[in-house]
Write a protein that binds this ligand. Structure first.
Ligand SMILES: Cc1cc2nc3c(=O)[nH]c(=O)nc-3n(C[C@H](O)[C@H](O)[C@H](O)COP(=O)(O)OP(=O)(O)OC[C@H]3O[C@@H](n4cnc5c(N)ncnc54)[C@H](O)[C@@H]3O)c2cc1C
Ligand code: FES
Length: 582
């Protein structure tokens, strides 16, 4: 007999069990204890319950991260850096906070910046170790502000005379580098006069997520990363929508476009970068775009709607180009991606991983044209196509250039500071003028430009600490590249091809699957990895590459597919890899 009933339900959903109240036609359960038994079995098998309130209750593996669990259970949580640094995905822990992995300093600082209390965590870095109850949308405005509303003082060695001498600090640029610098300067110098200048009209937003604005009907506000009262509560004079036009080093003043002059004892340049435009004729005609800001994303979206675009060409098959391609396909636009390289992400992937990724992108409706270069954007009153260097052409109603970035170093250069391509800085983020620091995408550090969110955060922290006399130095381990395309789990970090000599490669690829794991070792130490599929390995492999894990004596085991060997040496052997060959 079937009848309508409401009951606690345990079912396989999106690859996991879901426990929740459902309404459906089902036979009466003959054994009411059956569900409890199944839950008990799951716990025994290393699974724990995660209750999203509101939302479903699901079973997750011990060691899984709250963000991954939420995404697999269709619980809506925004994401960005996936490193606890951007602030996209705060959750409130209603019960079981003792059952989550320990909080690290990067996460703590992000929560402080968001003004969230001790009951919150960043979902992307919180691993479950026991049952938890989670509010996935705590809401920044409604949250309980941490104690006195200000970040805690910076706990670094400092010079008191220096602290007293710095009465005014001006930060130019209000992206992640500038906002973090302001936050950290306030921690370091609670009494200094602090001004933050940003030329964009928007509050601090998640630049990494603007691609979503192209296709999804998300609001601009949903990209904002700080509470509305962030600046006020930290006594930061935040000037939005006003460009700085000059830095007068002789008089120590920053000039603003509205004519104001702001005196400083220390200045921080955090003007970021803009898209690099290759010498392609016709860039700039209506329908040709770059993607760096909210305004860019909105203009692309409006062009597609106005012109009812059905075809697009993207120049550049890097991370940004591929992510943009995915979001354009979501609007039923036929997307072709050109690249000079032989396969997508050719700087981050080897040929095998590139071929697998290519197949996966094709399945998503993205066409790739490798070893192809654009020469001219064709147009009448708007873009009609792209002419290629080999003489061929492709029809398209939209052209997006995604070929890299160029630091916004003009302000620094005009002020007479040393500039390579970006602003030259030492390990303490100091420019050629000891009163001026530079951080984020605008800098050149030891000949390197990072173009990454975590690097910008770290640099801003170092600059603030150095300002008060600490010996902090910027050192960034190999940075992971992750593709933010739903359905493709891809990590690439460090060296991707063995150089010969003492180098060794351990690669595992199960025939007929699109899973691939590769480790590169030099003299027994891990220097790089590519992991396609298996997202549960990402954090641990990243850490193993960061610390240059010595796997010398475990090479044989690794080659036989016994990847448990990786778990030794990382976090004192507590790594939860637990995998064998694919
Ligand atoms: C679509 C996209 C996806 C990304 N994905 C990732 C990712 O997955 N992982 C990752 O690590 N990184 C990613 N990045 C890169 C990351 O966003 C940057 O590394 C980071 O934003 C750099 O921060 P920043 O503060 O140095 O520069 P920006 O974010 O560029 O901020 C600089 C700010 O200064 C302003 N400014 C410039 N000149 C002046 C002036 N004269 N006066 C006042 N203001 C000025 C600019 O308008 C801007 O608002 C992505 C970037 C984009 C565009
Ligand atoms: S996605 Fe979690 S803090 Fe950035």
């Amino acid at each position: 007999m079937r009848r309508q009933e409401r009951r606690q339900h345990l079912s396989r959903s999106a690859g996991r069990f879901t426990l929740g109240t459902v309404s459906e036609q089902t036979p009466v359960t003959p054994h009411p204890g059956e569900e409890l038994l199944r839950v008990a079995e799951a716990v025994h098998a290393g699974e724990v319950t995660v209750a999203f309130t509101p939302g479903p209750t699901v079973l997750a593996k011990v060691g899984e991260k709250l963000l991954d669990i939420a995404e697999a259970s269709q619980v809506s949580i925004d994401s960005g850096c996936r490193m606890g640094m951007c602030g996209s995905d705060p959750v409130r822990i209603l019960e079981g906070d003792e059952n989550l992995s320990k909080m690290r300093s990067a996460e703590r600082r992000t929560l402080e910046r968001l003004g969230l209390g001790a009951d919150c965590r960043m979902a992307c870095v919180s691993r479950v170790q026991g049952p938890v109850v989670v509010d996935p949308q705590p809401g920044l405005e409604a949250s309980s502000e941490s104690k006195d509303g200000e970040p805690q003082r910076l706990a670094v060695t400092s010079d008191d005379a220096l602290r007293r001498a710095i009465r005014r600090v001006v930060v130019v640029g209000a992206g992640v580098a500038g906002v973090t610098a302001a936050e950290e300067v306030r921690r370091a110098l609670p009494d200094t006069e602090l001004t933050l200048i940003g030329d964009e009209p928007y509050a601090f937003y998640n630049r990494m997520a603007i691609t979503r604005l192209v296709s999804e009907s998300v609001s601009i506000e949903s990209l904002y990363l700080n509470r509305r009262d962030w600046a006020e509560s930290r006594r930061i004079d935040y000037r939005r929508g006003v460009p700085a036009t000059a830095i007068d080093r002789a008089n120590r003043e920053v000039h603003l476009a509205d004519g104001e002059r702001l005196p400083y004892d220390r200045a921080v340049i955090a003007t970021g970068a803009r898209p690099l435009v290759p010498p392609i004729e016709g860039v700039g005609t209506e329908g040709s775009f770059m993607l760096r800001t909210i305004d860019d994303a909105v203009q692309i979206q409006q062009h597609i709607r106005r012109r009812r675009c059905r075809t697009a060409v993207i120049v550049g098959a890097g991370l940004l180009g591929l992510e943009a391609a995915y979001y354009l396909t979501q609007l039923d636009v036929r997307v072709r991606v050109l690249d000079r390289g032989p396969w997508p992400l050719s700087r981050q992937l080897d040929e095998h991983a590139g071929a697998l990724l290519w197949e996966m992108l094709q399945d998503l409706g993205i066409e790739l044209l490798p070893k192809t270069e654009a020469q001219r954007v064709l147009s009448d009153d708007a873009v009609t196509g792209v002419e290629l260097i080999d003489g061929g052409s492709i029809e398209a109603e939209l052209c997006l250039i995604a070929t890299g970035i160029l630091p916004n170093s003009e302000l620094a250069e005009a002020a007479g500071l040393e500039v390579a391509v970006g602003v030259t800085v030492d390990d303490g983020m100091q420019t050629s003028d000891p009163h001026v620091f530079a951080v984020g995408d605008v800098v050149d550090h030891n000949g390197r430009r990072y173009g990454l969110w975590p690097a910008s955060v770290e640099q801003a922290q170092v600059a603030a600490a150095r300002m008060i006399g600490s010996e902090a130095a910027f050192q960034l381990p190999a940075q992971p590249a992750r593709l933010k395309v739903p359905g493709i789990d891809l990590l690439s970090i460090g060296v991707v091809d063995a150089a010969g000599g003492e180098s060794r490669t351990v690669a595992v690829s199960a025939y007929g699957t699109r899973r691939y794991r590769k480790l590169i070792l030099e003299q027994g130490r891990l220097t790089g990895a590519i992991i396609l599929g298996s997202p549960e390995l990402f954090d641990d492999v990243t850490k193993a590459v960061e610390i240059g894990l010595d796997l010398g004596s475990d090479l044989d085991a690794l080659e036989r597919g016994k990847w448990q060997a990786l778990s030794r040496g990382v976090e004192g052997g507590t790594l939860a890899l637990g995998v064998s060959a694919t």
